[in-house]
Design a protein around this ligand. Structure first.
Ligand code: ADP
Ligand code: G6P
Length: 355
């Protein structure tokens, strides 16, 4: 028999500033689950939602309580909690988690207005992505797993220039000014959420080139909390040891400045964590298999799955560096967590049926 409680929605939170690679991350994540997520069919063309067979990704901008004009009038930014309806966010995430469909508002990024709501049905996996998934403690408590994308200012700037200057025709000065203007609210309301994340991906400038400020070669750190239910960190060679590894040599083609990996236990906001770091980038993507084969606890279903995922999406930004590698690893870890939660749920259903 199937009661409503058999349908369990696993809820994942992904926090990051806008323009920090959330959509790329979502494409890699849904690909690990075996299907590309697409906008809802026949709905509002400006919907921010993405749906695949297993996963629904909702954008938390849809919970803006003030539209663009309202924010201007009150002098608050979209990052300010006063521009967002956390009561509604909580009610709706809670409903979806317990198997109940909701009419979710739509924030229209083109017009800056709130559009009529859209129906969201409870998926197997619900991802809530945006500025504040871990801000409100009630919403935070609903998350089965949480991720924070921590992009350093230098890298944020390099990415913004690439997108807003090259594709949208903005000036260097206006990009600088918009990053500066966001900074106080970003520091007050967005950044503090990283202490609550189960995994944090930090993206920093390389240390392989002295004084590099180009932001092209990246040092990426994956910070993974210990003691999280259904999640255990990835490691290199020997669990709990501190390892530093330069894999360039006979088996890996590395041009300047090469690749450096490291891994080991650390603390982060008072929590025990394992940190895996990759500085530099791959010359030949298929050689990632050499690095993959030395990683442990990656939750792949078969040998070479990470490399296959990266090769499948080699056109996505960051496929040749730590961002692509760690995004894919987090995807595999979430798949594992999902199966664990479902298995536990089924077991307890069987046990309660017996009694
Ligand atoms: P968001 O969804 O958070 O707004 P996107 O995934 O659309 O961010 O990425 C915004 C831009 O940042 C991309 O167009 C790309 O130029 C750059 N970018 C994102 N991720 C990476 C990456 N891993 N490496 C290099 N550039 C990236
Ligand atoms: C952030 C929010 C968006 C908002 C944008 C600009 O990126 O995620 O929802 O549209 O800021 O805000 P503005 O008030 O200028 O429209």
């Amino acid at each position: 028999t199937c009661s409503a409680g058999d349908q369990q929605t696993v809820v994942i939170g992904l926090a990051a500033d806008s323009g920090c690679g959330k959509s790329t991350f979502m494409r890699r994540l849904t690909s690990v689950f075996g299907g590309a997520a697409k906008p809802p069919r026949g709905g509002n063309p400006d919907s921010n939602t993405l749906i695949s067979d297993t996963t629904t990704v909702i954008c938390l901008d849809d919970y803006h309580s003030l539209d663009r004009t309202g924010r201007k009038q009150k002098g608050v930014t979209a990052l300010d909690p006063r521009a967002n309806d956390f009561d509604l966010m909580y009610e709706q995430v809670k409903a979806l988690k317990s198997g109940i469909a909701v009419e979710k508002p739509i924030y229209n990024h083109v017009t800056g207005l709130l559009d009529p709501p859209e129906l969201i049905k409870p998926p197997k996996i619900l991802v809530i992505e945006g500025l504040h998934p871990m801000y409100d403690s009630r919403v935070r408590d609903l998350l089965d797993f949480s991720i924070y994308l921590d992009i350093s200012n230098e890298v944020k700037f390099a990415w913004k220039i690439q997108r807003d200057m090259a594709e949208r025709g903005h000036s260097l000065e206006s990009i600088k000014a918009s990053i500066e203007a966001r900074k106080p609210d970003f520091d007050a309301y967005i950044d503090p959420q990283k202490q609550y994340a189960d995994a944090v991906m930090e993206v920093l400038p390389t240390r392989l080139i002295p004084n590099d400020d180009e932001g092209k070669i990246l040092r990426v750190r994956l910070i993974m909390k210990e003691g999280i239910e259904n999640f255990s960190p990835v490691y290199l060679f020997d669990e709990g040891s501190t390892i530093s590894w330069i894999p360039c040599g006979r088996k890996l083609s590395c041009s300047y400045p090469g690749i450096r990996l490291s891994c080991g236990p650390q603390t982060y906001f008072g929590h025990e964590v394992t940190v895996m770091e990759m500085d530099g980038q791959f010359d030949k993507l298929d050689e990632l298999i050499y690095v993959e084969s030395h990683l442990s606890n990656i939750s792949t279903k078969y040998y070479g799955e990470i490399t296959q995922q990266i090769l499948m999406h080699s056109d996505f930004p960051g496929s040749n560096n730590g961002t692509g590698l760690f995004q894919t690893i987090i995807g595999l870890k979430i798949r594992h967590l999902y199966h664990q939660i479902i298995a536990t749920k089924q077991l307890s259903n069987i046990q309660s049926a017996k009694t």
